[in-house]
Design a protein around this ligand. Sequence first.
Ligand SMILES: [Zn+2]
Length: 430
Amino acid sequence: MSVINLKAGETLVIKASRVWRGTPEPPREALVYLQDGKVAAFSTGDQTGGYKRNDPVKEPMNVLELPGCTVIPGLIDCHVHLALDGRDFSRARQQWTARGELLERVKADLTNTLERGIVAVRDGGDRAGIGLEVKQLVITGRLAGPLVLACGHALHRQGKYGSFLGPGLTPAELEKAVDSLARQGVDHLKVLVSGIVSFSQYGRVDAPQFTRDELQRIVYRARSRGLRIMAHASGDDAVRLAVEAGVDSIEHGYFISEESLHRMAARGIAWVPTVIPVAGQVRGKWRVQYTAREVEVITRTWRRQVEMIKKALEMGVTLGVGTDAGATGVCHGQGFLEELLLYRKAGLSPADILLAATRNGAAILGLEHLLGRIEPGRPAFLVAVEGNPWEDISTLAKVKYVFRPADFPGKKLPEKYNSLQPERCFMRLI
Ligand SMILES: [Zn+2]
């Protein structure tokens, strides 16, 4: 596995057996021309983009031959917590005040993420502001990693679930909290609409933390600051509230109803179902901490989630892939393919899974103009895997190269990436 940082002035031609461009079309044999960290052109047998196949390329170019490999757009994890490591919750939290150890751990987790072909992650927040700090460390080139979109603190109700994700808020403090996060330069907001799902009683979830009116105030303020909102919602009551308030994505959504999915499809609200943090509890070493009854509850819970994923796809909901990496049992990087294999269990085709992991992820992050497709002019965030993921999604385990522009993280992302169209905001508030 190698990460290739494409420097300004450098050119490279990738000759792989197949290129999948992030569209519903299957992969084809093609050449991809990279220049200055961007996709300059691609060419196939009967379709050309930029270069004609027989045109002599003027300047000498390095050629990378990748027989048997498929080149795809970089993968996107829509839900991670960089402040946590997925192995030991208390130790990870202790490291928040032990800088040296924390940075070593984060560095390793960012490497694990990037080496699995994940080129961008959306962080779901932490009380210590670590996700936001890691974003800065990556942008300034002090840590190598995927692009990090961060939210700083998650918004939650005082005295309710989520104290490790941010300080609890009273209803009077909501606007102030949004303004403060906006000033810190966050990329989006995370709101905890509910608590978590029970592992001992099937179908039980904590009650919503906010009223519809309070959530709408948060959404309205976020819109005025140009910020999107990812809403942590377990249980259909919380999902319904979040959908009515007009958030951009529902995170988790355990016990979501078909009716809520219909509304989400109609309003263009995405779903990031995060199955692995539940399914992973009853696998390997984690299973022993649960009673037989709890194992049964957890198993029924994730199986229901998987069934709803298939329904969501059929109803036209935009499905993203989020791992909740950092949550107990979900390691950064590694959790992504585990989540994809659960999508396969849901009955999704490799094509649908690939689209969720690339194109949809880019849209959920608001980076659809930069990520998720291989197209001339776009920054070259690409992955070469051995085999053909269009036929077998598990080939994503065999990442051979990750390509990315060397100087991209040093550049500020274009304004467009977190500003929404006013009409769209209006639609969402209805
Ligand atoms: Zn989360």
